[in-house]
Design a protein around this ligand. Structure first.
Ligand SMILES: Cc1cc2nc3c(=O)[nH]c(=O)nc-3n(C[C@H](O)[C@H](O)[C@H](O)COP(=O)(O)OP(=O)(O)OC[C@H]3O[C@@H](n4cnc5c(N)ncnc54)[C@H](O)[C@@H]3O)c2cc1C
Ligand SMILES: NC(=O)c1ccc[n+]([C@@H]2O[C@H](COP(=O)([O-])OP(=O)(O)OC[C@H]3O[C@@H](n4cnc5c(N)ncnc54)[C@H](OP(=O)(O)O)[C@@H]3O)[C@@H](O)[C@H]2O)c1
Length: 545
């Protein structure tokens, strides 16, 4: 039975979200610190991203042996990944295995969406409310709500009038969708859309792809893992994990230091070919300046454009797909399994909605400024209100009734992406201002969860009641986040969700920290070792230290 009293028992910690972040946070607080901790999760099961994103073709872009928890050597040894890039069902099996192995489910309340959270200064605790009117109270509030968990369905006039079915890839029906013989319209060609096109095209009668911004993509070269590779991984997990902690983006491969211009044109071409054959995100690994130097980047970009033109047989489709308006990897680079090849199918049409924007959904299809396309189903592969969306939807109010939506009216402000000024004892796992989405995320998640756990242990050991960032530390960190982004080409993609550009009206602020995971980890470790510099710690209303 839900606890509907307004004075529920006070927990040590309340965690929102049961994806990679929330599950590990529960394990750390409950099993390592011995705290009373509970997870509230909107979905019916664990898995977060992989619970919700069940669209055709959904699979990981990180390589399987690196897209998993590293905290348990036993778990690393016993779990066997079968493909280079596991499909959604395989990742869900893994998440369920972790939940069972560590007995997490008993402390997770499923089907429980948090709709409000407020700081009770008098009692020094967080009061949380759910969609069903349940009330919870806890000393610490940990938002493990994910960076990409709020589906963005664009507000297009007439959607209500559509007589067919429409779906968003991030809220895909569990029973699947049968497209056999149907006319499907897919809006969006990001990482998601690029994965779903080849699979939908195989089944649908006709697929019309509505492309606003053309995208680079490199072949994933997915394949089943050989027994030799599986054995090699298990024998070398120590080194692999170590490498992931040392690299800039948390992947298991290293990016070479050399410049695109340090080699002859022939060598460069051979290196790009090698990288293309290796496939996936490793395409970036041959040279160190692709993401920082526009001229170097343009060599990689032109190589990919040429590959697109060589693959796509229809000259108009090839032009639309290869005229890309931003540097390679300035937006999250997709990887694909036959995306450009699928464009050669007779049942796939590509529509340029940059030149002729969508103006309305009609009862029978999608209308652009140039034409109307009749469809039976619309697939919105239109991404997410990323990073801030899930946090703002919690309707959080902090000290003196400050709403998070007001504190972040001009964009997210945090210290290290871990805490927000005015919101004591609240932590965000992979919050804006941390490396988060610029990394292989399990690495960033484990680092944050472990840092938060250590911080809470410290506060309890020292009898500290409250922790909150110092305003100056927040201001200084925002400058560092801006500076780190400016050293890369990332801010140059004007349509990037990293900047909030995909959601009309969202402040244009580059949200993740681009200085690299390894450097960020060092900063966080130093802050903790020096007694939580940049944070204000209070005991009985007085600053500590
Ligand atoms: C399709 C897709 C593929 C991806 N592939 C990769 C990849 O290959 N490599 C990589 O590094 N990253 C990838 N990511 C990023 C991925 O989000 C992270 O890797 C990781 O799964 C995030 O885990 P999380 O627990 O932080 O967040 P999530 O997995 O998003 O979990 C957050 C949970 O919080 C819950 N929640 C949110 N709001 C509320 C609320 N108000 N009340 C209750 N519960 C709430 C949600 O229901 C969700 O279950 C991908 C993302 C997407 C969308
Ligand atoms: N396997 C993986 O690793 C994987 C797979 C999927 C997703 N992801 C993660 O999730 C992130 C989001 O990916 P995503 O593909 O879901 O979203 P996305 O990258 O934001 O792409 C959304 C697509 O929809 C288009 N779009 C949005 N609104 C539109 C509108 N009103 N009209 C026409 N087109 C519109 C966008 O065009 P514009 O570009 O012009 O805005 C873009 O092509 C990725 O970047 C990645 O981090 C990872």
């Amino acid at each position: 039975m839900p606890d509907t009293s307004i004075n529920p028992p006070v927990l040590d910690a309340l965690i929102i979200g049961a994806g990679f972040s929330g599950m590990y946070q529960l394990l750390c607080l409950r099993d390592r610190l011995g705290l009373s901790a509970l997870v509230l999760e909107a979905g019916e099961g664990v898995g977060g991203t992989w619970y919700w994103n069940r669209y055709p073709g959904a699979r990981c872009d990180s390589e399987s042996h690196s897209y998993c928890y590293s905290f348990s050597p036993e778990l690393l040894q016993e779990w066997v990944w079968t493909e280079r890039y596991p499909e959604q069902p395989e990742i869900m099996r893994y998440m369920n295995h972790v939940a069972d192995r560590f007995s997490l489910r008993r402390d997770i309340r499923f089907n429980t969406r948090v709709t409000g959270a407020s700081w009770d200064a008098a009692e020094n605790l967080w009061r949380v409310e759910t969609h069903a009117g349940q009330h919870y109270a806890a000393r610490y509030l940990i938002a493990a709500v994910g960076c990409l968990s709020t589906a963005n369905v664009p507000k297009i006039a007439g959607l209500d009038s559509f007589e067919g079915r429409w779906l968003h890839t991030g809220e895909w029906p569990h029973e699947g969708v049968d497209f056999t013989g149907l006319r499907v319209g897919q809006i969006g060609t990001g990482s998601t859309g690029i994965q779903s096109v080849p699979v939908i095209a195989e089944q649908a009668g006709h697929l019309t792809v509505f492309q606003r911004t053309a995208n680079y993509s490199t072949p994933a070269r997915n394949a089943p893992l050989t027994a030799e590779f599986q054995a090699w991984v298990k024998a070398n997990y120590g080194d692999i994990t170590q490498t992931m902690r040392q690299t800039r983006n948390g992947h298991w491969f290293r990016i070479q230091d050399r410049s695109v211009f340090s080699v002859s044109e022939e060598e460069r071409e051979a290196a790009f070919e090698r990288a293309w054959e290796k496939g996936g995100l490793q395409f970036r690994s041959e040279f160190g300046d692709i993401t920082t130097n526009l001229e170097a980047n343009s060599k990689a970009a032109e190589f990919i454009r040429r590959k697109i033109r060589e693959t796509v047989t229809d000259p108009e489709k090839a032009r639309l797909l290869s005229e890309i308006d931003h540097p390679y990897a300035a937006k999250r680079p997709p990887i694909d399994s036959g995306y450009f090849e699928a464009m050669n199918r007779d049942n796939v049409t590509l529509v340029d909605v940059k030149a002729n924007p969508i103006v309305a959904i009609t009862p029978t299809g999608i209308r652009t400024t140039a034409a109307e396309y009749e469809v039976d189903v619309i697939v919105f592969a239109t991404g997410f209100d990323a990073m801030t969306g899930p946090l703002l939807r919690l309707n959080i109010t902090g000290r003196d009734g400050l709403a998070l939506s007001d504190a972040w009216a001009a964009g997210p402000r945090s210290y290290l992406g871990l805490q927000v000024e005015g919101f004591p004892n609240m932590f965000t796992v992979t919050g804006p201002g941390s490396p988060s989405v610029l990394t292989n995320m399990p690495v960033a998640i484990e680092q944050h969860v472990e840092w938060i756990t250590q911080a809470i242990a410290h506060l309890r050991a020292e009898g500290v009641d409250r922790i909150e960032p110092d305003p100056q530390a927040v201001a200084d960190w925002l400058v560092k986040v801006d500076e780190a982004a400016a050293e890369t080409l990332l801010p140059q993609a004007s349509s990037s969700w990293y900047l909030g550009a995909n959601v009309p009206g969202k402040p244009r602020v580059f949200m993740p920290y681009a200085g690299g995971m390894a450097k960020y980890r060092e900063i966080c470790d130093r802050v903790a070792a020096e007694g939580y510099t940049g944070f204000v710690l209070e005991r009985d209303g007085a600053a500590v230290g």
